[in-house]
Design a protein around this ligand. Structure first.
Ligand code: WQD
Length: 353
């Protein structure tokens, strides 16, 4: 009997790629996504890749009754992978209450349902932003968490603390918190990828949209940081490597009922690159010259961070397979594939044309 996994945020960038990986590794999947920041068409891409139609519950996870109804209708839910959240660092600085309300209410409702319906396997989409501006890099899971540099990072710190409290009180629920670094790239099929609903905020889609002409220019948010070339340092991780980490995390908690029922892992490539180096890698891999200029620093940005991913390698058996070149080439292929997407960014309409 296949184990049924509920993926919240299943139409999103990481959610859709994770559903593909879960299905390819023998899980059955349902999704919950209100498409406030994602397109329903992404699950059609998942269907094209896996041959499986994914049922999506278009509910507001900030509404407890709507969230609860999913669990009531699917009493066989074996585990939950919780992605549904807003994730733009810069936007969170401008709209903190939007982030607290959305990211924390939805998490709270899902956690209440885990307990009520005795769903004992939980993977939480956390973030390297929980470390704030680290004193030393690379960061390990034991690196002290500084003050979050943005409200987004604070929602992830608070989310982790909520899960730790639940794990302490309820030993039946096994939780894994995956601290993502910077997801980028697209599935090798080019049938799913990153699809910002509005103007992109993350570096990789800004690069590809500038390259294809959707954006006039890329603004580098600051070149006066205390780093080798003055731009911020990040750890780009291929979306498919990140997706597979969720499958391995689920396997780990299902196969190893841990005495520690609350685990955290850094999921990053383990290599730090600067914004300028990312731009250079894109240009070298695609032959496309990017139009960029230097702008002001972006409030909420961490100066430099990248992962020590040894713990995930040892305990989850996870290791990144894709390279920075794979990230840039797959992201560019995806951007070219969607270049004529209608403005409402609904992949279904795009595919029917
Ligand atoms: C990266 C760097 C910007 C856009 C992301 C996710 C967050 C979390 C951590 C998962 C920064 C610079 C960007 C632009 C730029 N991941 N930049 N011009 O802020 O590290 O956070 O990874 O949880 O969810 O959002 O990613 O891609 O926004 O920025 O110069 O137009 O690129 O200043 O130094 P960030 P990002």
């Amino acid at each position: 009997m296949k184990k049924l996994i509920l993926v919240t945020g299943g139409s999103g960038y990481i959610g859709s790629h994770t559903i593909v990986d879960l299905i390819e590794n023998g899980y059955e999947v349902i999704s919950a996504d209100n498409n406030s920041r994602s397109t329903p068409g992404m699950l059609e891409g998942v269907e094209k890749i896996t041959g499986k139609k994914i049922k999506n519950y278009k509910v507001d996870l900030c509404n407890f009754d709507e969230t609860r109804a999913i669990f009531e209708e699917n009493e066989m839910i074996y585990g939950v992978v919780h992605f549904a959240a807003y994730k733009a660092v810069g936007e969170s600085v401008e709209k903190p209450m939007l982030y607290f309300q959305n990211n924390l209410s939805s998490l709270m409702n899902v956690m209440r349902c885990l307990e009520e319906f005795q769903v004992n396997n939980f993977v939480f989409s956390s973030s390297c932003t929980v470390y704030g501006n680290p004193d030393h890099i690379p960061v390990t899971e034991e690196t002290p968490k500084k003050n979050a540099a943005s409200p987004y990072g604070l929602t992830k710190q608070m989310g982790e603390q909520m899960i730790e409290s639940m794990a302490h009180a309820n030993k039946n629920i096994n939780s894994v918190m995956l601290r993502y670094f910077n997801p980028a790239g697209a599935h090798p099929s080019t049938l799913i990828g990153e699809l910002p609903i509005d103007k992109p905020q993350n570096l990789a889609p800004v690069i590809t949209q500038t390259a294809i002409g959707k954006l006039n220019e890329l603004v580098v948010f600051g070149n006066d940081y205390p780093t080798p070339d003055g731009s911020c340092i990040r750890d780009l991780i291929h979306i498919c490597d990140l997706a597979h980490a969720h499958t391995l995390a689920l396997n780990h908690i299902i196969e190893n009922k841990n005495k520690n029922n609350c685990l955290a892992y850094n999921i990053g490539s383990g290599t730090g690159i600067s914004v300028f180096q990312a731009i250079k890698a894109f240009e070298e891999n695609t032959g496309v010259k990017l139009n960029y200029r230097i702008g002001n620093r972006r409030p909420g940005d961490v100066i430099a961070i990248y992962a020590d991913n040894e713990k995930a390698r040892l305990e989850l058996g996870w290791a990144p397979k894709y390279t920075l070149n794979d990230i840039m080439t797959s992201a560019w292929k995806w951007e070219q594939y969607i270049k004529d997407l209608p403005t409402h960014l609904d992949l279904r309409a795009f595919r029917l044309n």
